[in-house]
Design a protein around this ligand. Structure first.
Ligand SMILES: [Zn+2]
Length: 62
């Protein structure tokens, strides 16, 4: 019988609240890796941009 292993990535921030939400963004800082959903990805992106002084849209585009 064929077997297929499916890896599910869930948002670490949502998991802390007990919710299981699909992760779409990976955040890596100094070797620490976090999987985040769209909402948390955008939230942390905005927080980091704010902390680092990047407020322009051009600096945020990947
Ligand atoms: Zn989330």
């Amino acid at each position: 019988m064929a077997r297929r292993v499916v890896e599910t990535i869930t948002c670490d921030a949502c998991a802390k609240k007990g919710a299981e939400v699909a992760g779409t963004v990976t955040l890596v800082i100094m070797g620490d890796k976090y999987d985040l959903c769209d909402e948390h990805g955008n939230r942390f992106r905005a927080m980091l941009a704010d902390a680092l002084g990047n407020t322009g849209d051009t600096a945020l585009s990947a």
